[in-house]
Design a protein around this ligand. Structure first.
Ligand code: 13P
Length: 335
């Protein structure tokens, strides 16, 4: 496969394909396993992630890349095959989460800044040697209008960090996924999500330009424009699609090859339905697809429940969601 950043980025958003976000940190995967009554150990985490990447048919058809966590990229399957080799054998590209998580932003109570720049150059070189060809860094932007959150400072700091990460990735021959996630928590209306997302994206592209990041070799992973979870009025898929694409037309340069959504707490069906609505009003200047964690895995986790006897049922559930999102990435999903 070509090592050019633009070719890797194009392959990440090949027609009808998207990313499996399996990069839950140890703390986050423990929460997911707690919900299904499974003890989180290196082996249970391996077994679970192995079953997904061994869902060969759906992986080949629907998944262009898998975002891994540091522990997972070093793990072998039960038969000793490195998980990374199983992923590559399906035609998918291995990727790696490289941020060190969102920490409290000093001086701005209630706001966060994502850390992980120290030593990043060396870590990227190691991951490249292991076979990773793209990376992910997630910035967290909370909305709390009554408290004037987010502040301009938290947007500026987080977008600058994303640009420094992206520049280091490209130096290492790795495509950066830049993820400025505006959170769904809260009761704010969809218009507020639009405005905050717009401020974040405009700042992000200013910072990327300033640090000489080549947009052709990047992928954007944004939230959809959507009302807060507790908002009285929830917008339907057509409105979500129209506002989301309206935002991207204002704030995402056409040089960006692909936009892959996070699911952010939407239900599995909602995430598929909204992605489909976005592609149904295409074509767009960029490919628009998925990079879902929860919205690809929730049913599979429930079906698995930590039992070897349930692996086939879990794989079936995972394959189903992957296929529904494959159709949505083409704008061909029907309820
Ligand atoms: P969700 O789709 O569960 O939001 O996870 C995607 C992700 O990678 C967030 O960083």
């Amino acid at each position: 496969m070509s090592e050019r950043l633009e070719d890797i980025a194009a392959a990440m958003v090949a027609d009808g394909k998207g990313l499996l976000a399996a990069d839950e940190s140890t703390g986050t995967i423990k929460k997911r396993f707690d919900a299904i009554g499974v003890e989180s150990t290196p082996q249970s985490r391996r077994d679970y992630r192995e079953l997904m990447v061994r869902t060969t048919g759906a992986m080949r058809e629907c998944i262009s890349g898998v975002i891994l966590y540091d522990e997972t990229i070093r793990q072998n399957a039960a038969d000793g095959t490195p998980l990374i080799d199983i992923i590559k054998a399906t035609g998918a590209i291995p990727g790696i989460k490289v941020d060190a998580g969102a920490k409290p932003l000093a001086g701005f109570p209630g706001e966060k800044v994502t850390e992980g720049l120290d030593g990043l150059r060396e870590r990227l070189a190691e991951y490249h040697g292991m076979g990773a060809r793209f990376a992910k860094w997630r910035a967290v932007i909370d909305i709390d209008v009554a408290k004037s959150v987010p502040s301009g400072a938290s947007i500026a700091t987080n977008m600058h960090a994303l640009a420094r990460y992206a520049a280091l990735c490209q130096e290492a021959g790795i495509v950066p996924i830049v993820e400025p996630e505006v959170m769904m928590e809260g009761d704010h209306p969809i218009e507020t999500c639009f405005e905050i997302s717009k401020a974040a994206l405009l700042r992000l592209y200013g910072e990327l330009y300033g640090l000489r990041v080549r947009l052709e070799g990047t992928i954007l992973k944004p939230n959809m424009v959507i009302a807060g979870k507790k908002a009285a009025r929830q917008a339907g898929p057509e409105e979500v699609a129209e506002k989301t694409i309206g935002l991207f037309r204002e704030a995402v340069p056409a040089a960006v090859p692909g936009i892959v959504f996070l699911s952010g707490g939407q239900s599995e069906v909602e995430a598929t339905e909204n992605l489909n609505a976005v592609n149904a009003i295409g074509p767009h200047p960029w490919k628009v697809s998925f990079s879902y964690g929860r919205a690809l895995q929730e049913a599979a986790q429930k079906a698995w429940g930590g039992k070897a006897a349930n692996v086939a049922a879990a794989q079936q559930a995972f394959a189903h969601r992957a296929r529904m999102n494959h159709l949505a990435a083409l704008g061909q999903w029907r309820p």
